[in-house]
Design a protein around this ligand. Structure first.
Ligand code: GPQ
Length: 802
C-alpha cells in the first residue's frame, strides 16, 4: 500500500486519540504498541473489504481450512512486511522517538498450537493469501495457548500463557454471528409420511462466538481471515435456572460452557482422550460448518453446488467430526436425504494425515462419544453400517480386514477411518510418509480407491523464515540474483553459480557470524552463559519426543566429553549444542530428557578441560518468535528421528533456507532435502525406514549394538557423575522386557551418528567447503516453499484454479 510518512503519522495520531485520548507523542509504550496494531488492522480491514467484494462477484471456489491449531506467532512485523509498509512506519515512529523494534518486542506470540502441525497451518494461510486465493482458517480462540516453559533446576515447569492481554489487538469479535452448539441430551425419533425425523432434546447449548484475525499475504490484493471460536454460555440458560432459584448452578453451567475454549491441549503427536477435548473439536466443527453453510445458502440459495464452490479441509483427524456433522446439518436442517447428503459430503471434504504413530491416531470410546454427541454418534453408526455393507462386497467374509477399516469397532470410534471413508482426497506430508500410508496403515483403503491418495510435501512461509528473520541474508541474495526469489522461491537456485566464489562465501560467513552473535547475546541474557560465536552452532529445536531422539544427541555429547577427558588435546572442533523443546506436560520421559540435557550442560560447563571445546545450552520456552532468532544462527540442523516416524518435519526446511546443513536420517522430508542438495551437501547417517522395519521383524535387542564407547556413555547415566541418576532413561534404553527396550532404536543408530558427527567436526574446518555446502542448501530450498505446497493442494486436492 502506498502511504507517505505524514499520512502514517496522521493515522497513528487519530487512532491514538480515539482509543486512548492522547496523541501518539504522549502515549505510553503499551499504548503506542496497541495504536500501531490497530492502525495496521484498519489497513487490512480496508483491503479485505475490497478483496471480498471482488471475490463475491467472481463466484470462485474457496477453501476452508479446519485445524485445532494455528501457531501464528507474532503478526505485527509480518503484516507490515507483507503490506510493504515496514519502512514508512519505522520512520514515522522514529520521528516520534519510538523505536519500532521495541514495539515488535511487546507482541506476545499467538501460540494457538503445539508444533509442526499448527505452524504448517499458519504457513499455509500465508501462502493461500500470497497466491490471491480466498481461504479461511477455522480454529479455537484458546484463552491460554501453549504453556510458557521455564526450566527450574533442570526440570520443565509450565505456566499459563495469557496471550490475549496484548494479543487481542488483532481480533474482531462478531457476537452477532454466533451459533448454538448442542452437547449431550436425548433423541426423539418420529416417523411422518414414511420419513424419519430426529429431534435432539434436553441438550446443553453452548454459544460459539467468532473472532476474526486478518491474514496478510505478500504483494497481493488478498486479505484472508482466521476465524477463532470462543465458547460462551447462552444467556437464556442462566435466566431459566436463575429464575428457578438455582443461582449457583446457573453460574456453574456458565463456567462449564466457557471452559471449552479455555486452553489448548499441549499434547503433540499424541492423543488425550478427554471429554473436554471432544467438546472443543465439536465446537470448532459445528460452528464452522453452520457458518459456511449459512453463507453459502445466502449467496447461492441452494447447497446442491457446495462441492463446486467450497473445499473443506480437515487438518489431521482433530476436525474429523466434519464428516458426521456436515451430514447431520444437510439432513436435519436442510432436509436432504441420506444419499444426496452423503454425495455432497464426500465431494466437499479432504483430509491430510500428519503421522503414522499409533498413539496419535485418534479414537474415542463409544460410550463417551455417544453421551456427548448422541445425534452425531447415530450418524457415525449409519456411515459405518453402509461402509461395512460395501466392504463386504469387496472383501467378502474378510472380517479382520473389514474391522480394521471400520470407523466403529471394538467399542471405539476411529477418526482416521471416518476420514478415509468420507473424504475424496487424502494426503501425506512427504513422499516417504505418503508411501508409508499407502503401503502400510491405509493400504486396504488404497487398494479399493487408489486415486484418492496423493502426496503434498510440506512447505514453509519462507518470506517469514528467511526475508523477515534474516534480512541480512535476504539482502545479500538480492544483491547477487535480484529479488525474483521473494515471489518465486525456486529462483534461489540462481545462487548456485556462486559456488566456490570466495567473495560470496566470505559474505555468507560474515552474515552467519552476525546472526550467531545475536543468538549468543540472547543466550547470555536468557541463560547467563557465554557461548563462542566462532564455534559450530549445532541446533536441535523441536518438540521433545522420544522418536525425535534428542537423547541420541545428548549421548553423543557425553561421548565427546569422554574423548576430551581422555585426551585434552584431542582434535575437536569447538561446538555449541543448542536445544530448545517443550515437552507435553504429562510426558514424564520427555521431561526427564530435558533434565538430562541440563545435567549434561552443567557437567560440561563445570569442567575446565571441556568447557572451551563444547558447550550445551537449553534455551527455554521454544516458540515461533524464538525460532526466528535461533534458525538464522544455525550451522548444523539436527533432524535425527528414527526413520519412518517423522512424517515430514518443517524445521528442517527453515534451517536449510538459512544455510544450515542437515545432519539427519533418511526420514520425512529429509529424503527430499537429500534429493535436492545431493549426498555431498548433507550429513546422512542411520538406518533407512525399510532397515528399521527389517530389524523389528528380526527382533531387536539393543544390547547387541552397544559398543565400548557407548557402554561408557550409558554407564554415566546412572553412575552419579551427572548429579542425578537417570535410571528411567537407562532402563528405557536397555531393559528388554517384552521387547520394548529402546523403542526408537537410539542404540542401533548411535555408532553411525557418532561417525557422522566426527565428519561434521572435520569438514567444518575447511570453512570455504563448508560454506559451499551451506550455499547449496540455500539455493536448493526453494521447492520447500509453502507457495508450492498450496498450489499443489489447489491443483490436486481442492480442485481450485489459480
Ligand atoms: N505433527 Cl499428528 C504435529 O506437529 N502434531 C501432531 O499432532 C501430528 C503431527 C507434525 C509431524 O510430526 C511433522 O513431521 C510434520 O512436519 C508436521 O506435523 C506438519 O505436517
Amino acid at each position: 500500500m502506498n502511504y507517505k510518512k505524514d499520512e502514517v503519522t496522521n493515522l497513528l495520531n487519530t487512532k491514538c486519540m480515539n482509543v486512548f485520548g492522547c496523541s501518539i507523542d504522549d502515549a505510553t509504550e503499551k499504548q503506542a504498541y496497541k495504536t500501531l496494531c490497530y492502525v495496521v488492522k484498519d489497513l487490512l480491514a480496508e483491503k479485505r473489504s475490497k478483496f471480498a467484494k471482488q471475490y463475491k462477484e467472481k463466484e470462485g471456489k474457496q477453501v476452508y481450512y479446519m485445524s485445532m491449531e494455528f501457531l501464528v506467532g507474532t503478526s505485527l512485523r509480518n503484516n507490515l512486511y507483507n503490506l510493504g509498509m515496514e519502512s514508512v512506519f519505522k520512520s514515522a515512529l522514529k520521528q516520534k522517538k519510538i523505536d519500532i523494534n521495541s514495539l515488535y518486542a511487546m507482541e506476545p506470540d499467538a501460540g494457538l498450537g503445539n508444533g509442526g502441525l499448527g505452524r504448517l497451518a499458519s504457513c499455509y494461510m500465508d501462502a493461500m493469501t500470497s497466491l490471491g486465493m480466498m481461504g479461511t482458517g477455522f480454529s479455537i480462540r484458546y484463552e491460554f495457548g501453549i504453556f510458557k516453559q521455564k526450566i527450574v533446576d533442570g526440570w520443565q515447569m509450565e505456566f499459563p500463557d495469557n496471550w490475549l492481554e496484548m494479543g487481542d489487538v488483532w481480533l474482531n469479535r462478531r457476537e452477532d454471528e454466533s451459533f448454538i452448539i448442542k452437547f449431550g441430551g436425548t433423541l426423539k425419533e418420529e416417523w411422518t409420511d414414511g420419513k424419519l425425523k430426529v429431534t435432539h432434546e434436553n441438550y446443553q447449548p453452548v454459544m460459539a462466538v467468532p473472532y476474526d484475525m486478518y491474514i496478510s499475504g505478500y504483494d497481493t490484493d488478498a486479505v484472508n481471515k482466521l476465524v477463532l471460536w470462543s465458547a460462551k454460555s447462552p444467556n437464556n440458560l442462566d435466566m431459566t435456572a436463575f429464575s428457578r432459584g438455582e443461582y449457583v448452578r446457573s453460574l456453574e453451567e456458565n463456567t462449564m460452557a466457557e471452559v471449552i475454549s479455555k486452553i489448548l491441549y499441549p499434547a503433540d503427536d499424541h492423543i488425550e482422550g478427554k471429554r473436554l477435548r471432544i467438546k472443543q473439536q465439536y465446537l470448532l466443527v459445528s460452528a464452522s460448518l453452520q457458518s459456511i453453510l449459512l453463507k453459502h445458502i445466502k449467496k447461492y440459495k441452494t447447497l446442491d453446488n457446495l462441492p463446486d464452490k467450497v473445499a473443506i479441509h480437515i487438518n489431521d483427524t482433530h476436525p474429523a467430526l466434519c464428516v458426521p456433522e456436515l451430514t447431520r446439518i444437510l439432513i436435519d436442517e436442510y432436509g436432504y436425504d441420506w444419499d444426496k447428503a452423503w454425495d455432497i459430503v464426500t465431494r466437499t471434504l479432504t483430509y491430510t494425515n500428519h503421522t503414522v504413530m499409533s498413539e496419535a491416531l485418534e479414537r474415542w470410546p463409544e460410550s463417551l462419544f455417544s453421551a456427548e454427541l448422541p445425534r452425531i454418534y447415530q450418524i457415525v453408526l449409519e456411515i459405518n453400517r453402509r461402509l461395512v455393507q460395501k466392504l463386504n462386497e469387496v472383501y467378502p467374509g474378510d472380517i479382520a480386514k473389514i474391522e480394521y477399516m471400520s470407523p466403529v469397532a471394538h467399542g471405539e470410534v476411529r477418526m482416521a477411518n471416518l476420514c478415509l471413508a468420507a473424504c475424496h482426497k487424502v494426503n501425506g506430508v512427504s513422499k516417504l510418509h505418503s508411501d508409508i500410508l499407502i503401503n502400510s496403515i491405509f493400504k486396504d483403503y488404497y487398494n479399493i480407491e487408489p486415486d484418492k491418495f496423493t502426496n503434498v510435501t510440506n512447505g514453509i512461509a519462507y518470506r517469514r523464515w528467511l526475508c523477515q528473520s534474516n534480512p541480512e541474508l535476504a539482502s545479500l541474495i538480492k544483491n547477487l540474483i535480484g529479488d525474483k526469489f521473494v515471489h518465486d522461491a525456486t529462483a534461489l537456485e540462481g545462487l548456485l553459480k556462486y559456488k566456490g566464489d570466495k567473495n560470496v562465501l566470505e559474505s555468507l560467513q560474515k552474515i552467519k557470524l552476525v546472526k550467531k552473535q545475536a543468538l549468543a547475546k540472547y543466550i547470555s541474557h536468557a541463560n547467563g552463559i557465554n557461548v563462542d560465536p566462532s564455534s559450530i552452532f549445532d541446533v536441535q529445536i523441536k518438540r521433545l519426543h522420544e522418536y525425535k531422539r534428542q537423547l541420541l544427541n545428548v549421548l553423543q555429547i557425553l561421548h565427546m566429553y569422554n574423548v576430551i577427558k581422555d585426551n585434552p588435546n584431542a582434535d575437536i572442533t569447538p561446538r555449541t549444542f543448542v536445544f530448545a523443546a517443550k515437552a507435553s506436560a504429562g510426558y514424564m520421559m520427555a521431561k526427564q530428557i530435558i533434565r538430562l540435557i541440563s545435567a549434561v550442560a552443567d557437567l560440561v560447563d563445570s569442567d575446565a578441560a571441556v568447557r572451551d571445546k563444547i558447550k550445551v545450552v537449553f534455551i527455554e520456552d521454544y516458540k515461533v518468535s524464538l525460532a526466528e532468532i535461533i534458525i538464522p544462527a544455525a550451522e548444523i540442523s539436527e533432524q535425527i528421528s528414527i526413520a519412518g516416524k517423522e512424517a515430514s518435519g518443517t524445521g528442517n526446511m527453515k534451517l536449510m533456507i538459512n544455510g544450515a546443513v542437515t545432519l539427519g536420517t533418511l526420514d520425512g522430508a529429509n529424503v527430499e532435502i537429500c534429493e535436492q542438495v545431493g549426498k555431498d551437501n548433507i550429513f546422512l547417517f542411520g538406518m533407512t525406514a525399510p532397515e528399521v522395519e527389517e530389524l523389528w521383524r528380526k527382533g531387536y535387542n539393543p544390547n547387541f549394538f552397544v559398543t565400548p564407547e557407548l557402554k561408557r556413555v550409558l554407564d554415566m547415566l546412572t553412575s552419579g557423575i551427572l548429579g542425578t541418576r537417570f535410571e528411567d532413561i537407562s532402563k528405557s534404553l536397555l531393559t528388554n522386557s517384552f521387547g520394548t527396550a529402546d523403542a526408537y532404536m537410539t542404540i542401533a543408530d548411535f555408532e553411525s551418528y557418532r561417525q557422522a558427527q566426527e565428519r561434521v567436526g572435520k569438514e567444518y574446518l575447511n570453512r570455504d567447503k563448508f560454506t559451499d555446502m551451506s550455499l547449496v542448501n540455500i539455493a536448493k530450498a526453494g521447492i520447500f516453499s509453502a507457495d508450492r505446497a498450496v498450489k499443489e493442494y489447489a491443483d490436486n486436492i481442492w480442485n481450485i484454479k489459480l
